[in-house]
Design a protein. Sequence first.
Length: 359
Amino acid sequence: MKPHNEEEKEDLLGSTTTLKIVSAVAAIALLGLVIFMMIKPDMFFRPEVTEATSEAMPSQDKSAAPVAVIASASEEMWRPAKLDDLPDGPEKEKLAYGRELIAHTAKYLGPQGSVLQISNGMNCQNCHLDAGTKPFGNNYSLVSSTYPKFRARSGMEEDIFKRVNDCMERSLNGKTLTKDSKEMQAMMAYINWVGKDVQKGEKPNGAGLKDIAMLDRAASPEKGKVVYVQKCQVCHGKDGEGIKADGSAEYQFPPLWGKNSYNNGAGLYRISNFAKYAKANMPLGVTYENPQLTDEEAWDVAAFVNSQPRPKKDLSKDWPDISGKPFDHPFGPYSDKFDEKQHKYGPYQPIIAAKEKAK
């Protein structure tokens, strides 16, 4: 019989040997895993597919694995040209006045305007946030590089002068400015300046409005009213009348419907535009990176707001080619079989599919 201490030595030696063998096997397995990951990285590092990325996906075989389309992390957000970069002088003064007119339109052109009284009291930046410079805030980044351009709504080529006056007549429910007026010249100069660094054919990150996922149902004014009461009413009022201090020429928060709001020819009267705008920017203070509304809430509150009474514009000359009407343009006639209610509230997928099939 072996002494007790010798048995312990043998057991220890055996355990050490086993541990060495297990460690060696683990190291070999780990090395193999690393090599395999280098060969097939997509099996391990597959990006999460969200509603936003799935919207950007191309058509594909449903049996195939989903592929997410994600903006490069190195892609910088659009930044407007800065007036501070200009030396003091007439050009800077003109651009500064243009910015002032965009930011405080009512002060100069509203019902109590110091220059003219030709608009409803809203400011251009109520629709084009931060005087048209906020990413995904319906900004002016693409105006300089794309105008003049053909627009299907008018059926003609439009310049910036025509585009600004469209907003004056629709979003501000007012009258047009003459092209040679000091105010029009200043606004056009400022809008051109803001996007001057964007090249023709380029669409910078943050341009215009941020897309959101489509609903698979009609947008609901009833559900939207609940959202409005919870998250919008405190600023825009129970009856959508906005908030304006006594004696002020400007609204602190603009009206969303009623006689002093945008009319039925404005861009935000299209529910898709309102939903995108609200999701990335409302309630005031949120950003596209940290939205407060869900996609469904954005669609529904857009349906509620745009179901309320507002001024009307003669739209008889809009869309001379009716086949070019957007899927959510709420007024017929149409080149498809869908009625005005579905064109306004959706569901939109059948309309879009029919439009694609007709091409």
